[in-house]
Design a protein around this ligand. Structure first.
Ligand code: IFM
Length: 465
């Protein structure tokens, strides 16, 4: 016991812990420890309309997004950690889309930069919208489906000054941006991702404080996730309404949820299992539960209530890795635990030190199939300096998708992250995720061997798993 703890606080901690034991090891949580059932394997033919694609996001590739909170944040970082011109995608999209076409991609996910489209509150910039329209039409002319993200970690400076996602008005402001963008660009777009990885944003920007605005407050973090969820609900309604009014074919609207396989450091430790289970609930499922049911809660810890239920037409899953966790104590942050490194000598890592665990994609798809909604693998990728590893990574993860689909999972597509090497936020330009390499000094592109292998899989359309 820490000195100075009141009786009331202690009671609260005990209540939270009891609730967590129930939530995590009680009914409905049995999946945490189960290892996936091994099957004999087979050959799977992907459906003709399966979406084969790749993704990017505005701030990571466009260059010179000077009017958002990330740009401002970067100015205090060393020069080589600033996004600067990045891949200069704002000016080079046509050539890069041609590369995507040559690879046989049938979809490209990219994001609309809010700070370009609405540079000051309520003022929309026709030229920027026109540029995004050109991008969409360029993709369409190449037989590539555009998949649009509305919010990918950056916000306009004017919103940051008003408190960002902490501001009570932020969901309404996002709704207006979503409406205008849908009105202007919707005629040629069928798939919308409102918000990318709300939980990652909450965690890095408001708990760890390593992303703008650099806060460390659990209370604020919870407010932010509520606002992000509400923003999604409002944007979902607006996009649907815009399409209905214009009699456009009903769009598919979803979110891209960061998902991680959480495993206990020691499978024999109840508290490690609780840590893994709690992370799984909080990071993987809470938001999706809330968007489907209109509310969700972790008893004694956090609850979320939304104006409307059933605001997802598909679930986007961004899957990269597995993390092993162990509990450190009895306060929420301690129960959420700390990571330990896998002792398995065969474990492989990407260049950022994330474990590569392809079976996890199978496990995640199976776990999210319980929501009975179409699943889009909206991100999956590896940063590495050894492109051969990328080829192996892609094939292994697609096999996991094939296996889940063969068992009946409804997966509509797979988007490799990323089409291009790009600005990896606080990690700068060092991590190389791209199917296409970028020389940042010259902006020269190099189509990697792994991209061609991915193209071959797409062409063949089937996989042994
Ligand atoms: O680059 C990021 C992306 O912006 C969001 N998902 C994870 C990727 C790799 O870290």
């Amino acid at each position: 016991m820490r000195p100075g703890k009141t009786k009331h606080e202690l009671k609260r901690i005990i209540c939270i812990n009891l609730a967590l034991i129930f939530v995590v090891v009680g009914p409905g949580c049995a999946g945490i420890l189960k290892t996936s059932k091994k099957t004999a394997g087979g050959t799977f033919t992907f459906p003709k309309n399966f979406i084969w694609g790749a993704g990017t996001s505005s701030h990571q590739v466009e260059g010179n997004n000077t009017n958002n909170d990330w740009w401002q944040w970067e100015q205090s970082l060393p020069l080589n950690m600033r996004s600067g011109r990045s891949c200069d995608e704002w000016n080079r999209f046509e050539d890069d889309f041609k590369l995507a076409q040559n690879l046989g991609l049938t979809a490209l996910r990219f994001s609309i930069e809010w700070s370009r489209v609405e540079p000051s509150p309520g003022q929309f910039d026709a030229k920027s919208l026109e540029r995004y329209r050109e991008m969409i039409l360029s993709l369409r002319s190449k037989g590539i489906e555009p998949i649009i993200t509305l919010e990918h970690f950056t916000i306009p400076l004017w919103l940051a000054k008003r408190g960002g996602w902490l501001a009570e008005e932020s969901p309404e402001l996002f709704k207006e941006f979503a409406r205008k963008t849908a009105e202007e660009l919707g005629g040629d777009v069928h798939y919308w991702i409102t918000i990318n990885e709300p939980a990652t944003y909450m965690y890095k920007s408001y708990m760890l404080g390593t992303w703008p605005p650099g806060e460390k407050s659990t209370n604020d973090a919870f407010k932010v996730i509520q606002n992000l969820a509400k923003a999604h609900v409002l944007a979902y309604g607006e996009i649907k309404e815009v399409y209905a009014k214009r009699a456009w074919k009903a769009p598919m609207v979803g979110v891209a949820q960061q998902v991680v396989i959480f495993a206990p450091c020691s499978p024999f430790s109840l508290w490690d299992r609780i840590s893994a289970g709690l992370r799984d609930k909080m990071i993987n499922h809470l938001l999706i539960d809330a968007l489907i049911r209109g509310k969700a809660a972790i008893p004694g810890v956090f609850s979320i209530k939304l104006p409307k239920a059933r605001t997802l037409d598909f679930i986007g899953l961004n899957y990269y890795t597995r993390e092993h966790v162990h509990a450190r104590g009895f306060l929420l942050a301690d129960i959420l635990g700390a990571e330990c490194i896998s002792a398995n000598p065969h474990t492989k890592w990407n260049s950022l030190g994330w474990e590569i665990y392809p079976e996890g994609l199978y496990e995640i798809i199976k776990a999210f199939s319980r929501y009975k909604l179409p699943i889009l693998i909206s991100e999956n990728g590896i940063c590495t300096d050894d492109d051969a590893e990328r080829s192996v990574f892609i094939a292994a993860h697609l096999k996991a998708v094939a296996r889940a689909m063969d068992e009946g999972a409804h997966v509509i597509g797979y988007l490799y992250w990323s089409l291009l090497d790009n600005y990896e936020w606080a990690e700068g330009f060092a991590p190389r995720f791209g199917l296409v390499g970028v020389d940042y000094a010259t902006e020269e592109r190099t189509v990697r061997g792994s991209a061609k292998k991915y193209g071959e899989i797409i062409k063949c359309g089937k996989l042994d798993y």
